[in-house]
Design a protein around this ligand. Structure first.
Ligand SMILES: C[S@@+](CC[C@H](N)C(=O)[O-])C[C@H]1O[C@@H](n2cnc3c(N)ncnc32)[C@H](O)[C@@H]1O
Length: 235
């Protein structure tokens, strides 16, 4: 049995209202966001895309801490996008949220300085395609940072390959090695990783997009069907 995007949409549609109150916020999501944010130095005017942004908590943190100048959030699930849009409304003009598939990102090539993806990667049925898309929308020398449950080791396998799969269905947490392979195959260099052990272990993988320099590109949507209005136009 394989995991389908429809499964993710249904699961997160149901979860979107209570998501911010989940125990996982303290165990996994909060600590992983804190670690990820450290990789974005304060006061650098970067343009960030967060793939699988959920309710927008990570992007809110980046803006509040001055770690990004402009942020875009992308999520498959309409409920998550609505929660995210509502949370980020006060940053009008600096924050945008769109409903889209991370395996078909509706932005032009070479658009973002940084692409992040937290606690979402195991939901992609085609993980190779997702990393290729993230590479495509990054500017030359832009950075990709993916953080997700660390399933290497006995505890990691129990938590992620058994417990999470029992609850969420056949999602796939990538091993550290698999992440390195995916990054290298897509064209990332200077790849490094850091694992954080504990009750809910997670792994951060960072790589630099190695591609020819291009002209300046504004983050406009392409003509793909998943595009929805940016935050500033939301009701
Ligand atoms: C566990 S939540 C993580 C949300 C957020 N990044 C965080 O760390 O709190 C996983 C998110 O991935 C989204 N998602 C799942 N499959 C996706 C896909 N193919 N494209 C974009 N988002 C997806 C879900 O809707 C959900 O919001």
């Amino acid at each position: 049995m394989s995991y389908k995007k429809q499964d993710a949409m249904e699961q997160f549609e149901n979860w979107s209202r209570g998501y911010d109150r989940s125990i996982l916020q303290r165990l996994l999501f909060g600590p992983s966001h804190a670690r990820l944010a450290q990789e974005l130095p304060v006061a650098q005017p970067v343009r960030v895309l967060d793939v699988g942004c959920g309710t927008g908590q990570f992007l809110e943190r980046l803006l509040c801490e001055g770690r990004a100048a402009q942020v875009w959030g992308l999520d498959l699930c309409g409920g998550m996008v609505r929660q995210g849009a509502s949370r980020l409304r006060r940053f009008n003009g600096s924050a945008h949220v769109v409903q889209a598939d991370g395996e078909a990102i509706p932005f032009r090539d070479n658009t973002f300085d940084v692409v992040t993806c937290s606690n979402c990667f195991h939901h992609f049925p085609n993980q190779e395609r997702a990393v290729e898309e993230m590479y495509r929308v990054l500017k030359p020398a832009g950075r990709l940072m993916i953080i997700d449950g660390y399933r290497d080791g006995l505890w990691g396998r129990f938590i992620y390959d058994f417990c999470v799969v029992t609850v969420e269905g056949p999602v796939k947490h990538a091993s550290a090695r698999r992440f390195r392979e995916l990054f290298a195959r897509a064209g990332f260099v200077d790849v490094w990783q850091e694992a954080k052990l504990g009750l809910a272990p997670f792994i951060l993988t960072v790589g630099v997009a190695c591609k020819p320099m291009a002209g300046r590109v504004e983050p406009e949507p392409t003509e793909q069907s998943h595009w929805s209005p940016p935050l500033r136009q939301a009701a």
